[in-house]
Design a protein around this ligand. Structure first.
Ligand SMILES: C[S@@+](CC[C@H](N)C(=O)[O-])C[C@H]1O[C@@H](n2cnc3c(N)ncnc32)[C@H](O)[C@@H]1O
Length: 226
């Protein structure tokens, strides 16, 4: 994605997001990028999975890595609680370091993690990097449709642009392509919930749940692989 189409804008909780003019969509909720990321992905996804399993290590797959906000909040939490993190983000259009730095997301995580993230984002493209003693990051620089993995994951953060802008990312085929890498008992979360999505996830062998949405949204989908 040519960065001329990308512009930083402020959301309702004071955190920034990116407006993608070519797609006509923001990277996060206008009601609050930080709040959405924390509620939908960290709390309703990773922490929900951790409460169910009590595990000491976790593997997370994200569809649509973008600015890395979901990764940063997750990695900071995992570092603070000694939960060993292996994170793979799928991203077709990685961002440049200038824009990443301008998001200001450093204020939500430790200084060391933020610095390490900025130093390692480009190196993590297709090559796993250790960001600290606790967290490893790889950004699969590819479109979802071409993604393959040798590993399976415990939690899947599905953070594609909305279906009205990128319907192909929410198709049965696209959902199957990423959900095949989730372990049984693994948790899938996304900020949206629609009839089509619920039907697709059920057909893929998930139990589905309407969970409370992030500020500004009534509901979101959480699904557990049976
Ligand atoms: C809603 S934004 C994700 C925001 C991101 N999680 C963050 O915290 O910044 C959607 C992301 O999906 C990426 N994307 C678009 N098409 C894609 C595709 N076919 N495969 C993988 N990623 C794609 C976009 O470049 C963008 O970064």
């Amino acid at each position: 994605m040519d960065s001329q189409y990308l512009r930083l804008v402020e959301t309702a909780d004071g955190s920034k997001t990116i407006w993608n003019e070519a797609v006509g969509e923001h990277y996060h909720s206008r009601h609050g990028a930080f709040q959405e990321s924390e509620h939908v992905f960290l709390k309703s996804g990773l922490q929900y999975w951790q409460e169910r399993t009590g595990a000491q290590k976790v593997a997370v797959l994200e569809v649509g890595f973008g600015t890395g906000l979901n990764f940063l909040l997750t990695a900071d939490y995992c570092t603070n609680t000694n939960l060993n993190l292996n994170y793979c983000g799928i991203e077709a259009y990685p961002l440049n370091n200038e824009l990443l730095g301008q998001t200001g997301y450093g204020k939500y995580v430790s200084e060391g993690l933020w610095k390490s993230f900025l130093e390692n984002y480009q190196q993590a493209l297709n090559k796993e990097q250790a960001l600290n003693n606790n967290c490893r990051l790889k950004i699969a620089y590819t479109k979802l449709e071409n993604f393959v993995s040798d590993s399976l994951f415990d939690v899947l953060y599905f953070d594609a642009f909305a279906a009205v802008h990128q319907p192909e990312m929410w198709s049965d085929i696209a959902l199957e392509l990423c959900c095949r890498y989730l372990k049984p008992g693994g948790v899938f979360v996304t900020y949206a919930i629609t009839g089509n999505l619920k039907r697709s996830m059920k057909a893929l062998g998930f139990s589905i749940e309407k969970a409370k949405g992030a500020p500004g949204k009534r509901e979101m989908l959480r699904a557990v692989k049976l």
